[in-house]
Design a protein around this ligand. Sequence first.
Ligand code: ZN
Length: 414
Amino acid sequence: MNKKMNLRCIRCLYPIFHPLGLILDESGVCSGCLIHEEKDSLDWPKRWLKLEELVAPYRVDSGKTYDCVVPVTGANDSYFIVDTVKNRLGLNPLLVTYNKYFNTPLGIRNLANLRIQFNCDILVQNVNPQAVKRVTRTTLRQMGSIYWPCIAGQTVFPVQTAVRYKIPLIIWGAHQGMEQVGMFSHEHEVQMTRRYRKDHDLMGYEADDLLSIFDTLSEDDIWQYRYPDDADINAVGVKGIYLGNYVRWDPKSQHEEMIRRYQYMGANFTRTFDTYDHVDCYNFMDIHDHIKYLKCGYSKVTDHASREIRFGRLSRMQAQQLVKHYESQPLMHLEKFCEWLGVDERGLEFILNQHRNPKLWIETCPGKWQRKPETEELVQETPLAESGFLGFKSHTQLKMNKDDAYITVGKGYP
Ligand SMILES: [Zn+2]
C-alpha cells in the first residue's frame, strides 16, 4: 500500500483528481506549475510579434466590417482582452456576449462601461428564458450542472456569430486547460476546438447529445446551443486563438490595470478572496461553486489560491489557510436561484447529493455526508479570513445598492 502517494501538487494546491487532468512529476510538482514557469522564461516581446503576424491577414481595410469577434462578459479579463485587441493590436472587434440570466447589477454595469470605454459594437444573445430553464433543469438532474447552458452559450455564440457574419477570427483570453493544469505549452499555440469544448467545457455533452440522451428536451430548447457544422466553419475559415499564448497572462495585475485605466469594478465574495473574477454572476461563485466542491473536492478559491502561489504572491501555507476559510462559507444567493428555477432548497439538495463524487464523499447516515479522509490533505493551520495583504480591491457589492435580484433581460445600465 502506497501511503506516501501525494494527493496534491507540492507547490500549488491542485489535487491529482483535477477534472481537466493533472500530472505530477517525480518530485511531486504538477504540470500546471511546470507550464507556468514558461511565463518567466519565454521571450514575450517575440511572442507578441508572432501574434501581430498571426492577426495581420484578418485586418479588413474597407472599414465596412469587423476584423474579429471577441467574446466578453461583465467580468473575467474582458477589459484586458478588448484593450489588447482594439488598442494594442489596432483591430476593430465585434464584441459578443451571451446573456446567462444570472446577471448582477455590477456585471451589467461593467459590460455597459466596457462598450462605452472602448467604443465597440456588441451583440447580445438572449435565448428564450423558458428554454434556458428547461435545459438547466435537465442538466442539473442528469449531470449535476446548473452552468451547462451558460458555458455552452458563451462558447458557441461567438462561433455562430463568426459564421453568420463571415468574420473568420475569434480572439479569446486564456486557455483554462493550459492555465490550470498545463495541458499544453504556450509554444504549442493551441487554438479553439470543438472537441475541447465538448470534452471539458461541456462535460462530454454537446447540444444534440442532450436531445438524444435526455428525453425531456425538444429541438426548440437546444438549437441555439448547437455548434455550427464543420462545413460552415470551414467555408468561412473560422479560427479561434488565445491571447494567453502571446501575452504573459496574469489576471490579477491585468484587472488592476483595467481598474486604473477604464474603471473596471470588483466586489467581495464570501467564497473567495479574488474580487475581480465572476462579478457578473450571482451563481458562479455561489451555488455553482458549491457544486464544484461536491463533484471535484475543491472549489474556485483553490483555483485562485493556486494561481497566486504560482505568481509568488502567496505561500503554500497562506493559500491553504485561505482555502480552509473560504471553501466552507455558506451560500448567499441560493434562494434567488431556487425561485428562478422553480425548485425548493430541499429538492435541490437531494439532486446535488446524488452528484457528489463517490470517490470523495461518504454518506454516514441518510442525508449526512462526510469527506473521505484519504482524499483530503491534512491541514494543520488555522483558517485565515484576512486576505487584505494580497491587495485585491473591492469597489462595490454585486447588487450595487439595487434590488438583490437577477437582471434577466439585456437592458442597459442603470
Ligand atoms: Zn502545481
